[in-house]
Design a protein around this ligand. Structure first.
Ligand SMILES: [Zn+2]
Length: 100
């Protein structure tokens, strides 16, 4: 459902005659590719924490499309059309300090 960068990470249910259907597909391998260089050297628990936070934000973004039945994006917040790694995983500094 998403344009720009989100399209590579996740999609909400395709728009149909009944609106945006409540299905979300998350491309975890794509998220891993994006996060890969940033988690290099982290222990397994920290990598899992980073991945969990990233997947959660991607799903929340897609859920907003489903709940609002609106494919549009906002300028700020979880409905932005794209996120930097720092925006996708805001707790990154805390996770890094625990896991290296
Ligand atoms: Zn979107």
């Amino acid at each position: 459902m998403c344009g720009s960068r989100w399209a590579r990470w996740a999609t909400a249910g395709l728009k149909s005659q009944v609106g945006i259907r409540p299905f979300i597909h998350v491309d975890c391998s794509r998220i891993t590719e994006v996060l890969g260089q940033h988690v290099f050297g982290m222990d397994k628990n920290s990598r899992n924490a980073v991945m969990a936070e990233a997947i959660s934000r991607v799903i929340l973004h897609e859920w907003v499309h489903i709940a609002s039945q609106n494919p549009a994006h906002a300028r700020e917040g979880i409905a932005k059309p794209s996120f930097s790694v720092e925006e996708l995983v805001p707790d990154f500094p805390q996770i890094i300090s625990r896991g290296r």
